[in-house]
Design a protein. Structure first.
Ligand code: SF4
Length: 281
């Protein structure tokens, strides 16, 4: 199967040099691998939110669903709970996922919903032309903070680790091979997996030079060790300009995945109506 078979007729409108292209390429590679390994594309559903990242749903010829701002995780979970045989991946931006949608992410992690979340973390609202987000650094000067943001950023991976996520990783849009590897691991994980991708917005927050200097790929790390994972996640706080930024799979563990059903088959519509009537009487 060729990567071109995943192309659509949609015209790509991302800015030249945007880190979203790398994520698109990495996801294509993972989808082709999955297909080779026996998961046909008909069994895959992609959900996106609102923001530049969301157009990824337009550029991949697989089942996809545009949701609304901050609601990628609940839509992805709804699809997975209704059709457990499908593999469901959610794509969200940092404003989308860590701002409006943060509570949904934490609860999806808490219940270990069997979905894969990929966060295009460019640390700025790109589509609305440059406002600060939950992961923008202190002092970030954008359209809504012309004198510089006065807030320190969140460390989303630390929050998600504390919330019960069973797979956590960080990739970088300018390290394509490692990004592909990390995303493949995330798609293969049973349970809640989240990959925070440092995706550069060349137009409103160009961090290529900074990341190229600071990132490194982790080695000799045991992702099954919770304390080691926390230590690795805390190495960089999304604010410091001089600390090394680790990339890789920080944490992976197995826990039962959430199912909304207790094994009882769903009621037929007639039985459901009768049951509702019985309760209301
Ligand atoms: Fe990419 Fe930024 Fe352009 Fe959006 S505004 S397409 S995130 S470079």
């Amino acid at each position: 199967m060729e990567p071109q078979s995943l192309n659509t007729a949609a015209k790509n409108t991302w800015c030249p040099g945007c880190g979203n292209f790398a994520i698109l390429n990495a996801v294509k590679s993972v989808l082709l691998d999955l297909e080779k390994e026996g998961t046909p594309r008909e069994k895959i559903v992609l959900v996106s939110g609102i923001g530049c990242h969301a157009k990824i749903a337009d550029y991949l010829a697989v089942n996809s669903f545009y949701s609304i701002h901050g609601r990628v995780a609940p839509v992805a979970q709804g699809i997975k709970f209704a059709r457990p045989e499908l593999a469901v991946a959610g794509f969200a931006g940092d404003g989308d996922g860590y701002g409006e949608g943060l509570e949904h992410l934490l609860f999806a992690a808490k219940r270990n919903a069997d979905i894969t979340m990929i966060i295009h973390n460019n640390r700025v609202y790109g589509l609305t032309t440059g406002q600060y987000t939950p992961t923008s650094p202190l002092g970030f000067q954008g359209r809504s903070t012309p004198r510089g943001s006065r807030e320190v950023p969140l460390n989303p991976l630390n929050l998600l680790l504390a919330s019960g996520a069973t797979f956590l990783a960080r990739g970088y849009s300018n390290r394509l091979d490692s990004l592909k590897f990390i995303l493949r691991q995330a798609f293969g994980h049973r349970g809640f997996a989240l990959v925070d991708v440092l995706q550069v917005c060349v137009t409103f927050f160009n961090l290529y030079e900074f990341y190229n200097r600071q990132v490194y790929e982790i080695k000799d790390h045991d992702p099954g060790d919770f304390e080691a994972a926390r230590k690795k996640i805390l190495e960089w706080d999304y604010n410091s300009a001089d600390r090394p930024i680790p990339l890789g799979v920080f944490y992976r563990t197995e826990k039962p995945v959430f199912s909304p059903s207790d094994g009882t088959p769903p009621l037929s519509s007639a039985d459901r109506e009768a049951e509702i009537g019985r309760i209301l009487l």
